[in-house]
Design a protein around this ligand. Structure first.
Ligand SMILES: *[C@@H]1O[C@H](CO)[C@@H](O)[C@H](O)[C@H]1NC(C)=O
Length: 408
């Protein structure tokens, strides 16, 4: 499926260059030049995604917490200054998506393209949407930044000022389950012209971290763990990565529960999915007295996305929200994740899913640190700065006739 996106001409050769410019070799080059040039050092920060952490934990048979501690130690030994977790920035992406959804829901009568709101965190999907359905589809796409790009704003904004540095004095690397995250990082929307720097300077995939480990001749399981970093002096490690109880799911579940409460005063403990033919296309609806109040869906993989877009074009998509992801099974199965060895890829993916879900995720509204940051860093939820730091935009790309692409 992922491959189908590529062969259909989704990625241009200019974009391939942007992707290959970001690699673990590039990170090593920056770390080495830090050692040589003492006066022009950059502070190197690595932000690890929870999907990558789960993949590495499965590979080395570790708990997510151990994997995080060992990764922190490994990166620091290479010369990285701080290692963070994009789970933290996901709080902002979820909160913004929830609020955006409720606002769109309330203006659905005036704005025909307010709904369905389509998720925006998957760069493969965004790439496809901008190129093949441009101005038709863009208004439906949530303007909320992905956790990677919110982390970029946090590191180059809040963290930089905490450290008394300018954004360009920090080299920010993310570890992601997907190659297209490199493409996302290099979008002009995420470039700071004043300081000539990007929110995320370099994206490396989970597989590239594995190569880095191999290059250094170490197994992650043998690395002595280090304490986890946090931007807040008062946060305990347990708070960061405790694993008691199940995970609370992704965008769909958070937005669903929030909207049920906010729009209809209904408290939903657990989102019920309809029995389905296809685990990559699921529906969940909220009903009361036989009336459908909310209709949500998740559409993963090329075929399901294509069907969804066709339905939208014919005006036959009755959804209010759709969580769209380019990869079947979502990001845990991303093209940049570690490949199974010795076990079937299905079994390995199941292990990764189990590890990922073992980390408790609390409701983002209840996180006092996030609330604090909205106040102190952004000046409130509706401020101009919050808009700049947490939202983005999309651009319709003209179709070029290269002959082979786009048969959607
Ligand atoms: C919010 O951030 C905290 C870390 O401060 C994390 O433990 C939690 O899982 C995050 N919540 C979500 C829903 O991602």
């Amino acid at each position: 499926d992922y491959f189908v996106f590529r062969v259909n001409g989704c990625i241009t050769s200019a974009e391939s260059v942007l992707i290959t410019q970001q690699s673990h070799e590039e990170l090593c080059r920056v770390l080495n030049s830090n050692k040589v040039r003492s006066n022009q050092q950059k502070l190197v920060v690595v932000s690890v995604s929870p999907q990558s952490r789960a993949s590495l934990a499965a590979k080395f048979q570790l708990t997510p917490l151990d994997a995080a501690r060992k990764l922190t130690a490994f990166f620091k030994k290479l010369g990285v200054h701080s290692v963070f977790d994009t789970t933290f920035s996901r709080n902002f992406s979820l909160l913004e998506s929830q609020r955006e959804f409720v606002q769109r829901f309330r203006r659905q009568n005036e704005d025909k393209k307010a709904l369905p709101m389509l998720a925006s965190a998957c760069p493969g999907w965004i790439c496809y949407a901008e190129k093949t359905h441009g101005s038709f589809i863009i208004p439906y796409i949530s303007t909320t930044k992905s956790p990677q790009q919110v982390m970029g704003s946090l590191i180059k904004g809040h963290f930089a000022s905490q450290q008394h540095l300018t954004p360009d004095q920090i080299y920010h690397v993310t570890v992601m389950p997907c190659y297209d995250k490199k493409l996302e990082a290099s979008r002009s929307d995420f470039f700071n012209p004043e300081y000539q720097t990007r929110e995320v300077d370099c994206v490396i995939t989970t597989g590239e971290v594995l190569r880095l480990l191999e290059q250094e001749g170490v197994a992650l399981s043998d690395v002595a763990p280090a304490p986890l970093d946090t931007m807040f002096s008062s946060v305990s490690e347990e708070e960061l990565l405790s694993h008691s109880g199940g995970g609370s799911g992704g965008y769909l579940e958070h937005i669903y529960k929030y909207a049920a409460k906010e729009l209809f005063g209904i408290q939903v403990a657990e989102v019920q999915y309809k029995p389905l033919k296809n685990k990559d296309f699921q529906e969940a609806s909220l009903e009361k007295d036989g009336k459908v109040l909310l209709q949500f869906a998740l559409a993963y993989g090329f075929r399901n996305i294509q069907n969804l877009v066709q339905k939208l074009k014919r005006g036959r998509a009755s959804y209010h929200y759709v969580e769209v992801m380019a990869c079947p099974s979502g990001c845990l199965n991303g093209g940049g994740q570690i490949r199974a060895e010795g076990v079937s890829s299905k079994d390995f993916l199941q292990q990764v899913e189990k590890l990922y879900e073992s980390v408790r995720t609390e409701v983002p509204e209840l996180n006092p640190r996030i609330e604090e940051l909205y106040e102190q860093w952004l000046g409130g939820t509706d401020s101009e700065k919050a808009g700049e730091m947490l939202r983005t935009q999309y651009h319709a790309v003209e179709k070029t006739n290269t002959g082979f692409n786009i048969k959607w």
